[in-house]
Design a protein around this ligand. Structure first.
Ligand code: NI
Ligand code: MN
Length: 243
């Protein structure tokens, strides 16, 4: 694992939020949902310095801390065109749009946007909702060559096989909570289609939404039969991906 990571540090902050520290020392966060996230321990809610914020879609449980973190840290934001336009309207200038199939070099990492079967919108304080473009997944390639796929919120889809063929990610972060995304059965098929060796379940904590029924245990059971040989790494908030 250590050799595969090549000096990249991956820390789980709860729900779908992960922090990456690159071999070059850049700090990246994906889908920041911290302040109001009951799955994130208090001591992890403040992230300190940040270079880049990646955003898969506009739903609050992926977006809640984006504006405050961008303002506090001067980090660049990366998401689809509609979310970039919204953020620029909020005064956040350092915004990099990427659309599905496209890549952007952001500091030391190459970010490629992929498909995700879901929706995307941004809820405003007055209760109205604005269009958030199409939801994304991201493939990240770090300086060391280590590659990670964060699926965002999605159903399983056949072109996960194409993501595997084109990018060969080493690790996939997959939602398993069911109801709002794929559940453990579908996520095990996602692992099979991607052809990855390592998967990390996310987006399942009932603390965040009591409607989630998918569990890491059920996911492990399905992976054992559907994608045998794939290692499931269940992370607690605060854990680094190590074993
Ligand atoms: Ni969502
Ligand atoms: Mn979500």
């Amino acid at each position: 694992m250590e050799q595969m990571l090549g000096g990249t540090r991956i820390t789980y902050l709860g729900h779908s939020t992960f922090r990456f520290v690159t071999p070059g020392g850049e700090q990246i966060i994906i889908d920041p949902f911290l302040t109001n996230n009951p799955h994130t321990p208090e001591d992890l809610k403040r992230v300190g310095e940040l270079d880049t914020i990646l955003i898969t879609h506009g739903h609050f449980d992926h977006f809640d801390d984006v504006e405050s973190l961008a303002a506090q840290t001067d980090a660049g934001t990366v998401s689809n065109f509609e979310i970039m336009s919204y953020l620029q309207g909020q005064g956040i200038e350092k915004a990099v749009p990427v659309m599905k199939g496209g890549s952007a070099q952001v500091g030391g990492i190459k970010v490629t946007a992929t498909h995700a079967f879901h929706s995307s919108s941004i809820a405003l304080d007055d209760g109205s909702m604005i269009y958030g473009g199409e939801p994304l997944g991201f493939v990240l390639e770090f300086e060391s060559g280590f590659k990670l796929y964060h699926a965002g919120d999605t159903a399983v889809f056949g072109d996960m096989r194409l993501i595997g063929e084109l990018y060969s990610p080493d690790v996939a972060l997959l939602p398993i909570g069911d109801r709002l995304t794929m559940g453990p059965f579908e996520a095990a098929h996602a692992a099979r289609l991607l052809g990855v060796n390592h998967v990390v379940p996310m987006h399942y904590s009932p603390e965040v939404m009591p409607i989630f029924t998918g569990t890491p245990e059920k996911f492990q059971e399905h992976v054992a039969t559907i994608a045998p040989g794939v290692s499931v790494h269940v992370m607690e908030p605060g854990d680094d991906l190590e074993s």
